[in-house]
Design a protein around this ligand. Structure first.
Ligand code: CTP
Length: 446
């Protein structure tokens, strides 16, 4: 971990090291941005997670720049000079610069090897009117910006401008030491009171980095658990969404369950003890039928809900302010999961399975198949339905029935279904047999 004190005594993070860890292209992008800030004599820092990861030798192209001054104006000047597009969030003093091919060209960078976008934020301090409130933000300096952060390991910055301060490492909160000691440490007693979502973040970083949560931080965290009940669904959803994108999502969630955090979010929020294995399956295995998309993040959300009773899933979805579409995927999967565990496979014909599964969207079938690894019979039937039975349609159509003089009505559906199910069960094997069955059905109805 490079941290040699220079002649001036200030610890430094050499740009050569940055180049080694991030790659030539990303380092050269950082260099271009630094030079532009130096030309304006504007104090600029690379800060937060990317610095933590640089010091751990981990490649992270999520570049966050902090500006002591107007970050959006600086980002705008980059866009004017180099192209690309800018999204400003004026009230927060932040801007995201998205590099397109012409912008990369202008900076003589190879597209595809540089970050697709970079974030700029004005150095700020935050005050919280009450526990779990959204912070009031005001412009500040880098020291106070570091002190407002969640953990010491994220309160690190490398100065890039002005030129005479290039490479200086700002580590006023002891993050460098905590990286060496492999500790997640909050910066003050009220950290989790101000922002209880940090409880979820601590668990996420601890699992990802294989760090321990420092003892006092752990006490502060536990004391703040009840405040999770006051956090908005949207903020919790965002944090859980990040957790589910982690390699060890199952482990993180179980850790949160064991410390009682999930129950504080919603009394019915429980996860399955098999979650790590189940999520791994969602990450690695693809159901054996062609689907338009395999949306792994939705599959992970569905898996997260496998410890929750089907009739309680809706309430937890509402608490987490999940979108209607994700809620539908989760609740339909919960209903399907409950049905599958009750099915008497041996006594059911393919048409009966089809009638049950016709009610469910493809994502619920994918999830049910993935989660039924211990139940090969169920897997086989789901796969047979999804790849074969679901597609079966009789050769007879509504128009054919009309041509035979039938008045349109619910009888159409009943007859067409009977024909379809006869194909699925193998009772009909040719168009001629279907025609005979149709005649029988029409005669019986007369
Ligand atoms: N931050 C914080 N409290 C939060 C969220 C974020 O103090 N509730 C700070 C942290 O210092 C973090 C920075 O804001 O480093 C940026 O947030 P985010 O992008 O979520 O974190 P990263 O560290 O960039 O991303 P990650 O560590 O997940 O790779």
């Amino acid at each position: 971990m490079p941290n040699p004190g220079g002649a001036s005594g200030a610890p430094r993070y050499p740009l050569s090291e940055m180049k080694r860890v991030l790659g030539e292209q990303a380092a050269s992008l950082i260099d271009c941005i630094a030079r532009r800030a130096q030309d304006k004599d504007l104090p600029l820092y690379l800060a937060g997670g990317v610095v933590r990861d640089l010091m751990l030798g981990r490649r992270n192209l999520d570049l966050d720049f902090v500006v002591e001054g107007d970050a959006t104006a600086f980002a705008k000047s980059l866009t004017i000079d180099c192209g690309g597009t800018l999204k400003e969030y004026k009230p927060f003093g932040t801007a995201t610069w998205t590099l397109d091919a012409p912008a990369a060209d202008k900076l003589t960078l190879a597209t595809g090897e540089t970050p697709a976008h970079v974030d700029f934020v004005t150095a700020r301090c935050e005050t919280y009117a009450h526990p779990a409130a959204l912070p009031a933000v005001s412009a500040s300096d880098i020291q106070r910006d570091m002190q407002r952060r969640d953990f010491s390991i994220n309160a690190l910055a490398i100065q890039l401008s002005p030129a005479q301060r290039l490479e200086i490492l700002l580590d006023g909160c002891g993050g460098g030491d905590d990286l060496k000691r492999r500790l997640i440490r909050a910066l003050h007693e009220n950290s989790f009171v101000d922002d209880p979502t940090r409880i979820l973040r601590a668990a996420r970083y601890a699992s990802r980095l294989e760090f321990a949560i420092e003892a006092t931080t752990d006490q502060w965290m536990r004391a703040a658990l009840p405040l999770l009940g006051r956090v908005s669904g949207q903020r919790l959803r965002n944090e859980i969404d990040l957790i589910l994108r982690e390699g060890r999502a199952g482990e993180v969630t179980l850790r949160l369950q064991n410390m009682g955090a999930l129950a504080k979010i919603h009394s019915a929020f429980r996860v399955n003890s098999q979650l790590p294995e189940l999520i791994e399956r969602c990450n690695e295995i693809t159901p054996p039928w062609p689907s338009a998309v395999v949306d792994r993040q939705t599959l992970r959300w569905i898996t997260l809900f496998t410890g929750i009773d089907a009739d309680e899933a809706q309430g937890v979805c509402e608490r987490l302010a999940l979108t209607n579409s994700l809620t539908r995927s989760i609740t339909s999967s919960a209903r399907l999961g409950a049905q599958i565990s009750r099915l008497e496979y041996r006594s059911l014909r393919p048409s009966q399975i089809t009638k049950i599964l016709d009610e469910f969207p493809d994502i619920a079938l994918q999830a049910a198949w993935l989660l039924a690894a211990e139940n090969p019979q169920a897997q086989e039937l789901i796969a047979a339905y999804a790849s074969d039975w679901r597609q079966r349609v009789p050769s007879t159509s509504g128009n054919d029935l009309k041509a035979r003089g039938m008045t349109p009505g619910p009888r159409y559906r009943r007859i067409l279904d009977r024909l379809r199910f006869a194909w699925i069960d193998g009772d009909v094997r040719s168009v001629e047999e279907e025609r005979q069955l149709l005649q029988k059905l029409l005669d019986a109805a007369d």
